[in-house]
Design a protein around this ligand. Structure first.
Ligand SMILES: Cc1ncc(COP(=O)(O)O)c(C=O)c1O
Length: 373
């Protein structure tokens, strides 16, 4: 059997990772400013994380959601505390798309409605409802076109008001910071007005913090730069530092009933140990503060460089838009300078490094990028 060929691959095989560095099978070292697509939050092979996962592996990997799993309870407590959402409930699953799928489902159960408002350039995953609310027609199959969606320009509150006025929208879904769309931050006043309109029309506000959450923005959630408290928040990516785990944080007004939601793998013992280790390390090593500090340094230094049209983002979620196509620059960074970065569209490079990135590694990146430009 061969692999179903859907990923355009770099001709590099990564065999090892330590902190903010990865190594290919020939032993060549790469600075990782991509974090395997915003997944590596605490750094590769963190010793505490490895120890916790190893211990769990030796005792119990998985048992079903039909028995008590205290690791889930402990995770909900820790996540509630660190995020400031103590009074919310947590539903665990394995991926970001699943988190959004269940968030949308919950909104529809709760309101009895099925229309959704989403935003231009958004990305929310590839499962049925999640991809339907993603603004990329190329990845929406006919079978996914099951309910009405209106895509509105980011920050256009008047169009949202008009759309919600009819009272038939179950949810508005929005990324804390648009990631795949090229690092666009919703204006704080827009997010706050969005919450007001949602509250006034009985519409559920879902904040997709799958890429922008877990400290990446320099706050636990990107929307915490505003006064917004969403009805539902979705998380994944950095939550397990590479071990698949996602979550839905749910406002107390939503009533849980047996069988309403469910999953086989979500919240397994091994997944919860990974997520608990991640939160412990984020706290002990002050990684959110580090993301804020090193991100601000990178931001300021990038703004001084030539050929750059715009630098966007906050914390360690940065988009660098060039006047020229970004691919040759990204390739030179990878193949000549051995630095991994992400892409977005034709002209933007995305930086999504581990939250433990040091100032000296940020300086090294600036130096290498200058050499290329
Ligand atoms: C904002 C956002 N939402 C949802 C997803 C989907 O997550 P997953 O690929 O884990 O299903 C992604 C993935 O890139 C994302 O960036």
């Amino acid at each position: 059997m061969k692999l179903f060929d859907v990923y355009p691959l770099f001709d590099i095989e990564i065999a090892k990772g330590i902190g903010c560095r990865t190594y290919d099978k020939e032993g060549i070292e790469y600075l990782d400013l991509y974090g395997g697509h915003a997944v590596i939050s605490i750094g590769h092979s963190h010793p505490f994380y490895v120890q916790k996962l190893t211990q769990q592996l030796e005792s119990l990997v998985f048992y079903s959601n039909s028995v008590i799993n205290n690791l889930q309870t402990e995770l909900a407590k820790k996540l509630g505390k660190i995020s400031g959402y103590d009074d919310y409930s947590l539903f665990l699953l394995s991926t970001g798309a699943e988190a959004n799928e269940n968030a949308l489902k919950l909104a529809s159960f709760h309101t009895g409605r099925k229309k959704v408002v989403s935003f231009s350039n958004s990305f929310h995953g590839r499962t049925s409802a999640a991809v339907r609310v993603t603004d990329n027609a190329k990845i929406v199959a006919p079978i996914n076109e099951g309910f009405e969606v209106e895509f509105i320009e980011l920050n256009d509150i008047e169009s949202v008001r008009k759309s919600l006025a009819k009272g038939d929208v179950c949810a508005v879904i929005i990324e804390g910071i648009q990631g795949i769309g090229g690092i666009h931050i919703p204006e704080p006043s827009f997010l706050e007005a969005l919450q007001e309109v949602c509250d006034a029309t009985g519409t559920v506000l879902i904040l997709d913090e799958i890429q922008s959450g877990y400290g990446r923005s320099g706050k636990f959630f990107a929307h915490q730069y505003t006064n917004v408290k969403p009805d539902i928040i979705t998380v994944a990516k950095g939550m397990g530092n590479g071990f698949p785990i996602g979550g839905v944080l749910i406002h107390p007004k939503f009533k849980a009933t047996y069988g309403l939601l469910g999953t086989t793998f979500g919240g397994s013992h091994l997944a919860c140990s990974a997520a608990l280790a991640v939160l412990d390390i984020i706290k002990a090593e002050h990684l959110i503060e580090n993301a804020q500090k090193v991100g601000a340094f990178l931001f300021d230094e990038l703004k001084k460089l030539p050929k750059i049209k715009e630098v966007r983002g906050v914390g360690l979620m940065i988009g660098i838009e060039f006047f020229e196509p970004a691919k040759p620059i990204r390739d030179a960074l990878l193949f000549e300078k051995h630095i991994f970065t992400g892409a977005s569209g034709s002209h933007t490079i995305r930086l999504l490094p581990p939250l433990s990135l040091s100032k000296s590694d940020a300086e090294l990146f600036i130096k290498r990028l200058k050499e290329i430009l």
